[in-house]
Structure formats: C-alpha cells, structure tokens
Design a protein around this ligand. Structure first.
Ligand code: UDP
Ligand code: MG
Length: 316
C-alpha cells in the first residue's frame, strides 16, 4: 500500500491565488510521487468565501479525482477550516497549507523525509524573517510570541506557521480536542509529540489580499492568550493585592500625619489621580475576568465549530 498524503487548504476569498497554488502543489506532488511513491489528496475548505473560490475548486474537483472539498455556510475562520479539513483527511500523513503560496509546497518533501527517516511525528515550518511585512506588525507579532511563550502551557515557537506535516496519530489527537475557541498554534503545541522545526524565508502572498487586519490580529492574540493561559487572572489578583497593601500603608501614613500635624485640606489632585488609577485597574481586571467568562459561556453552548453547506467528500 502506498502512503497517502492529505493536503488541507483553508480558503477564504482566494479565487486569484488558487490557480497559482493548484499549479505549484500538483507539481510538488508529481515530484514526490516519483521520489517517494506516495499518493496525494487535496482537501480545499471553502470558508464561506464571497467570491468564486468555490466554483474554482469545483472545477478542479471535476477534472482531478484527488480534489475533495468542503464548503461552509458562512465564514467560520481559519481555525474552523483547519478542523474541517483535518476531519475530512484520510491520509496517513496530513499537511495544512495556506492557499496563497506563503507556505512553499516545496518544503513538503523535506517534511516527509523528516518524519519518515528521522522518527519525528510532525515537521512544521517556521519563518525566520518577516521580510515584506509592515514593521509595526512584525514587532507586535514578536512581542506576542515572547509573551505567550512565557505564560502559555503549550510550546509555541516564534514565527511558527500553521504549515506542517503530521502523522495520523497527531491528527487524531488534534481532532479529539473539541473546544470551540480554537487557537491552532496553541493546539498544535498542546498535543505534544516530537516536532521538528524547518526554517524558511518569508514569502509574499502570490495574489489577493491578506485577510488579517491589525484589529483582527489583536483580537486573535487576545484569544490565543486566554485560550492557553490563565496567567492574566493570576496577574490581576496579584495587582489587586498589591493595591490593597499600598492603600493600607497609605491609610497608616495619613492617620499618623493627621495626629502629628493636624488636617490641612490638601491633596485633592492626587486623590483624583489615585481614584482614576485604581478604578482603571479594577475595570481592567474585570475585563480580563469577563474574557474568561465569555469563553466559558461560549464553550458551554457546545455549538458546532463549523457548518457545512456542501461537499464532495463521499464522492471519491
Ligand atoms: N483563511 C480562512 N478563513 C479566514 C481567513 C483566512 O480560511 O477567515 C485562510 C486564507 O484563505 C489563507 C490562510 O487562511 O489560505 C491564511 O490567510 P492570509 O494569507 O490572509 O493570512 P496571512 O498569511 O496574511 O497571515
Ligand atoms: Mg498569507
């Protein structure tokens, strides 16, 4: 029996990039079929695209039996698309790859060799440069990774991409995580297994626009932190405690001052500042608490992570 490699491709409004992608990935498959005698299947997950992504994918499916697809009823996000793809994948090895060629398909050969010859369970791509990315964006990304590496209970590498090749065991472990708030980079790290990081230079997307605005990235990072760490809760309690101690000391100082020097009416500005500061900290901590509560609320609803509108999974 030949080994089967499934390639999962989350696509959201990628009609412009898909032709380049399909070209590149099929070329790479041909190379690998020759070299390692492996079979391929491609699982395109149309994440509620509003352009012609789905019809492009259907065209490929009509002429190429290796193409399978799932189409969502609306945009559920990349994380949901990855889960749907992994669930549909039948391969002995499964790869997750972006549709915009920022994840070079040529790395797949090296990843496959790493797993088969070196005994790793997973080979993942990590970009060492962020060339061609806005400066502020890459600075914030770096800060985010530095922070989450410190406080999260999962191994998350800086510059890690979702691009990787995994064995069936790893895929099954990921699928078994049924949480609704899916931060893939955290999930990949959390399941463990032996992962080798393969480094590569950042590539620009071939066509189309990035789907991530600064605001979306910011929310995504907050999501990542609250999904994989409860450290902010601890920090807020420590800060709260510290504030109490400071207040207590201040009370003692004021009592002593009043007894010694009487009570001249002064210090109104500093009082206002303190009130603002303390209520600010309180609101901030309440906000953190709220984030976790909201997460718990959503999780307890046990909603499906995605809803499929149509697919050809049973056909071939
Ligand atoms: N994507 C998706 N759903 C979304 C946003 C993005 O499936 O809601 C897909 C997108 O089609 C692409 C991959 O996720 O294949 C990465 O997106 P993008 O290139 O926009 O992100 P960037 O590379 O800029 O981080
Ligand atoms: Mg991209």
């Amino acid at each position: 029996m030949k080994n089967l490699i499934s390639v999962v491709i989350p696509c959201f409004n990628e009609e412009e990039a898909l032709p380049y992608f399909y070209d590149a990935v099929t070329k790479q498959s041909d190379v690998m079929r020759e070299k390692y005698a492996v079979d391929f299947e491609y699982i395109f997950v149309d994440d509620g695209s509003t352009d012609d992504t789905l019809s492009v994918v259907k065209e490929y499916a009509a002429k190429d039996g290796r193409v399978r697809y799932v189409s969502f009823s609306r945009n559920f996000g990349k994380e949901a698309a990855i889960l749907a793809g992994l669930e549909a994948a039948r391969g002995d090895y499964v790869s997750v790859m972006d549709a915009d060629l920022q994840d070079p398909p040529e790395l797949l050969g090296e990843m496959y060799e790493t797993i088969v010859n070196e005994g790793y369970d997973c080979a993942a791509a990590r970009r060492v440069t962020r060339r061609g990315e806005p400066k502020l964006r890459s600075l914030l990304s770096r800060l985010f990774y530095a922070l989450i590496r410190k406080i999260a209970k999962a191994d998350i590498a800086d510059g890690a991409r979702d691009y990787r090749l995994m064995t069936r065991k790893v895929v099954d472990a990921i699928i078994s995580m049924r949480e609704y708030n899916r931060f893939s980079k955290g999930i990949f790290g959390w399941v463990g297994f032996k992962t080798k990081w393969i480094e590569f230079e950042n590539a620009k997307r071939v066509a189309g626009e990035t789907k991530w605005s600064m605001w979306k990235l910011l929310l995504y990072s907050a999501d990542g932190i609250t999904s994989f760490s409860t450290m902010p809760l601890a920090v807020s309690s420590v800060v709260g405690m510290l504030m109490c101690v400071i207040a207590f000391v201040m009370i003692l100082v004021i009592i002593a001052k009043t007894i010694i020097w009487g009570d001249p009416v002064a210090g109104y500005p500093s009082l206002v500042c303190i009130i603002f500061l303390v209520s600010g900290i309180q609101l901030f901590c309440l906000g953190i608490l709220g984030q976790y509560l909201a997460k718990t609320y959503i999780e307890t609803k046990k909603r499906p992570v995605y809803i499929i509108k149509e697919n050809n999974l049973e056909d071939n």
